[in-house]
Design a protein around this ligand. Structure first.
Ligand code: GDP
Length: 451
């Protein structure tokens, strides 16, 4: 790949980026709480791209995809794996659970998907057994104030990474260094296990042996993905950057501490994937036509009436609103324009892909949350977490289109949507301040309207 990068440079050393033959990156990211339908949108768009890259997070969320091959919940694999021509990449920013990745890869092959092109960054770090145990023990230990961890070790993984106690994929290929680093990485966790949690300690050598076994299975996929992507950009290729979760789960800009541990923002995609910021030319914010969230934390526009909520929960998504990783019932609410506008703006979205429009056809009238009342004042700006606890939703109501899911799912032109559905999309566009360029009207790859 290095040689391809060199080829794309001219004799005077000016990269092709300055000569106009420059690749482009398109970020596809969540603007809400996650579960917006990013997997579906990427699966619908991936035939137009050369690469699909995961740049953050790990096996702690699932992207649901319905296509020719069946229904899949991908946790770690990028959503371009259904196209044999697409190169799928796990970048340095990802939390790599090697066994989970290999299992998912095998599952695809078992289900008849052609062998995907897959590369894992040698700079990505590995989720270790103590990360997963710490996650479980920590969540047990914060009685009454759990943060809704999926217990995949993600928070301890990123804590260790930034404390410089992580293990990069490349180190798996240097046994001596690996042994040293595993011992170092276990030092504090083992003290916590024995002294704080009253649990058995872990043995470094057992972990090393296990990692050496995993290394052999991972070997064919490992490469310098930074070089791969930079060369791709120099050669004019297109890269889709696949976000996990959504803006409101970002550790800095989201509902901290009910957030995840790596940035969910398109801005971070350049870091977690390893591409230049100016390569990103479009940022597609995936937005659900209503609200759903899994896990704890304040949820201002959540439906409080259990029966009303259950109706939307069962109608939502392709099989109801239940977590793709955990099976947990998701909290649901009507469209929250305060949270979503913020989510879209913080992502820097150039456009919106609106999903699940078909779901709302059962409602005669559709509430939209357009403001939060906090201390008696109504605001349309999304505040920091401490103000969310007391915020009350302010709704406006628009007319529903009252048609079955199937009816909307068969529509492929915006002008053919019922007028109330068109008005709903335009209202969302107006409230978020960004054009809706795609409307997803069903879970399948082709259930989409391009505007
Ligand atoms: P992701 O993590 O952002 O990819 O989202 P999830 O897969 O966790 O959740 C999205 C849910 O919505 C899944 O059940 C999808 O199959 C489903 N979905 C996506 N787009 C649509 C749509 O337009 N209509 C319907 N009915 N379901 C959709």
């Amino acid at each position: 790949m290095g040689s391809r990068a060199a080829e794309s440079r001219t004799h005077d050393g000016v990269s092709s980026s300055l000569r106009g033959n420059y690749g482009k990156a398109i970020a596809v990211v969540g603007a809400q709480w996650g579960d917006e339908g990013k997997g579906k949108i990427i699966d619908s768009l991936a035939h137009t791209t050369d690469f699909v890259v995961r740049f953050q997070g790990g096996a702690n969320a699932g992207h649901t995809i319905n296509n020719f091959f069946g229904r899949f919940a991908l946790h770690l694999l990028p959503s371009g794996v259904f196209y044999p021509n697409v190169i799928n990449v796990l970048g340095p920013g990802v939390a790599l659970n090697i066994r989970a990745l290999l299992k998912e890869h095998q599952m695809l092959l078992d289900r008849g998907v052609p062998t995907p092109q897959l590369f894992v960054s040698d700079k990505a770090q590995v989720v270790l057994p103590h990360h997963i145990l710490l996650d479980a023990y920590q969540e047990e230990g914060v009685a009454g104030r759990a943060f809704g961890s999926t217990k995949q070790g993600i928070s301890p993984f990123y804590s260790a990474k930034y404390a410089k106690k992580g293990i990069r994929v490349g180190v798996l290929f240097d046994e001596k260094l690996l042994r040293e680093e595993v011992e170092q990485s276990l030092h504090i966790p083992n003290i916590l296990f024995s002294e704080v949690y009253n649990k058995p300690t872990l043995n470094a050598e057992e972990i090393v042996q296990d990692l050496l076994e995993q290394r052999e299975m991972l070997r064919p996929f490992v490469t310098d993905t930074t070089q791969l992507l930079l060369s791709g950009i120099d050669a004019g290729k297109t890269i889709l950057l696949e976000g996990q979760l959504g803006t409101l789960r970002d550790p800095d800009h989201g509902i901290y501490p009910y957030s995840t541990s790596s940035s969910t923002l398109a801005g971070f995609a350049t870091v977690g994937a390893g591409i230049p910021p100016h390569a990103i030319q479009r940022i597609i914010a995936v937005v659900k036509a209503y609200s759903s969230k899994v896990g704890d934390g304040p949820f201002v526009a959540g439906i409080t009436d259990p029966e009303e909520a259950q109706k939307l929960r069962l109608m939502g998504g392709d099989k109801g609103e239940f977590g793709a990783t955990t099976g947990r019932p998701r909290d649901v609410g009507y469209f929250d324009a305060v949270a979503t506008r913020y989510g879209v703006r913080v992502q820097g979205a150039t456009e919106i892909a609106l999903t699940n429009l078909d779901v709302l056809g059962y409602l005669k009238q559709i509430p939209i949350c357009v403001g939060y009342r906090i201390d008696g004042k109504v605001t349309s700006e999304f505040p920091s977490t401490h103000l969310l606890y007391s915020a009350e939703p302010v709704f406006e109501t628009v007319e529903g289109w009252q048609s079955g899911k199937e009816e909307l799912q068969s529509i492929r032109e915006f002008s053919k949507l019922p007028p109330e559905a068109r008005a709903y999309v335009k209202r969302i566009e107006e409230l978020c301040g960004v054009p809706v360029t795609m409307v997803s009207v069903g879970p399948g790859r082709d259930d989409i309207i391009f505007r």
